[in-house]
Ligand binder design. Structure first.
Ligand SMILES: [Zn+2]
Length: 419
């Protein structure tokens, strides 16, 4: 009996393992793998009992560790990286009491604002044994300013100049910006977005080290889920908020719905969508576009796939063209067409072929149609002029039989009149 029962229980256990859903089995497998790969701390004679990182934005990061070990410490290293960046390892100064420190000069080696920095410690003891701590992280926030925060379930807004009403206005604009982006294409964005509002473009630029790009008012770090705006509290605030917030949020929401494949989208598409999401359009874009049409100096869309031109004037024209072209696509193919186009590019198709797959026209064909229908150019006319010699020859070739037919018709009518 006992044997039978044992066997039955054993069978039941193996059955319950067999019926586990596949994802759980994979997760269990991964957990075992990581469990094995994870550095062991607290064994081999020592352990990191305290770890912390303190930073002054744009200045320095101080890493601290307290190491407990009965055996003297020979050396300690800190390794750190942004979530998607390369890791760097630096030697720490170790004190007799087991504390260790390393100062990173963030003035010379810039870290992205609001990036999550992951770090850990490797320690070697004088008897040669080595151990690695667990991983720790912190947000490299721009702590030059005292940020106030207001949040809902999907958005957190932060500001340092202006009162609570200003914060509410920012949250409100961010919400409407999110809706405006989603009205272009349905975006399945999972995750929270942090919106940081700087009071001046100079403050924002000092955070980003943008140098001479004076026309940049907002910035998005899509992979970090971070939007940075420059809006001064006051009578002009809603104009600035309603143009910047939707634009930058579009970049982040696109990333959150596509993941790293976002980076495969042509720049004219992401910027065109972001610019179309702006609730108060910049009238200078229209003027710039019209002037470029008049002077026949439009930039070919194929040159706006990988990046926008570095110089300010041409970059501004690139925004104007991208906005107009994406609007043309929306008017002709709707949200469904634009979604198909985004998917084709996210799947890795190039600038020309993605358009052909999603919309049955290559990018250059679509460009000709856009320039004719939206910008009023007569590109087909240009094509016809180039084809004129061929059309002439074709006409002459056709003329001979036509002439014969007309002749016969005249002859028949004459005969009919005579009858
Ligand atoms: Zn943009």
């Amino acid at each position: 009996m006992l044997n039978t029962k044992d066997t039955k229980e054993h069978k039941d256990k193996s059955a319950s393992i067999r019926v586990l859903p596949r994802p759980i089995v994979i997760l269990l497998g991964l957990a075992i793998m990581f469990g094995m790969a994870r550095p062991v701390s607290g064994q081999a004679g020592g352990e990191v009992v305290e770890a912390r990182a303190e930073h002054r934005f744009g200045d320095e990061v101080q890493f601290f560790a307290r190491i407990q070990s009965p055996i003297p410490i020979q050396n300690a290293f800190v390794t750190f990286r942004t979530t998607d960046g390369p890791a760097q390892t630096q030697p720490m100064s170790v004190n007799a009491d087991g504390t260790a420190g390393y100062r990173y000069d963030a003035r010379l080696n810039l870290l992205p604002p609001f990036a999550r920095i992951v770090y850990w410690f490797d320690v070697t003891l004088s008897d040669g044994t080595r151990f690695t701590s667990g991983q720790f992280d912190f947000i490299y926030s721009d702590n030059r300013f005292a940020w106030q925060t207001l949040a809902d379930s999907a958005l957190r807004v932060h500001w340092y100049e202006g009162d609570a009403a200003f914060g509410s206005a920012v949250l409100d604009a961010a919400r409407r910006g999110r809706e405006s982006a989603r009205a272009l294409v349905p975006l399945n964005a999972a995750g929270t977005v942090d919106v940081y509002v700087y009071a001046t473009p100079a403050d924002l630029q000092s955070a980003l080290e943008l140098g001479g790009q004076v026309w940049v008012q907002g910035h998005a770090s899509p992979a970090l889920g971070v939007v940075m705006l420059s809006v001064k509290p006051g009578p002009e605030q809603s104009l600035a908020l309603e143009s910047q917030a939707p634009h930058e949020l579009t970049h982040v929401l696109l990333y959150q719905s596509l993941g790293p494949n976002y980076n495969r989208l042509p720049v004219w598409l992401t910027e065109g969508m972001a610019t179309n999401a702006e609730l108060i359009p910049n009238p200078d874009l229209e003027t710039t576009l019209a002037a470029a049409v008049d002077s026949n100096s439009l930039l070919p869309l194929s040159e706006l796939c990988a990046a926008f031109p570095p110089d300010t004037g041409r970059a501004f024209l690139a925004y104007a063209e991208s906005k107009s072209f994406v609007r043309f696509l929306l008017d002709n193919y709707g949200t469904t067409g634009l979604s198909a186009l985004i998917s084709a590019y996210a799947d890795g198709m190039d600038c020309e072929q993605g358009a052909r797959k999603a919309l049955n026209y290559s990018l250059s064909d679509l460009e000709v149609r856009w320039r004719e229908s939206t910008l009023g150019e007569n590109r087909s006319g240009v094509v016809a002029t180039n084809l004129f010699p061929y059309i002439l020859v074709l006409g002459l070739v056709l003329l001979v039989p036509v002439w014969g037919a007309v002749n016969r018709l005249i002859e028949r009518r004459r005969n009919a009149r005579r009858q």
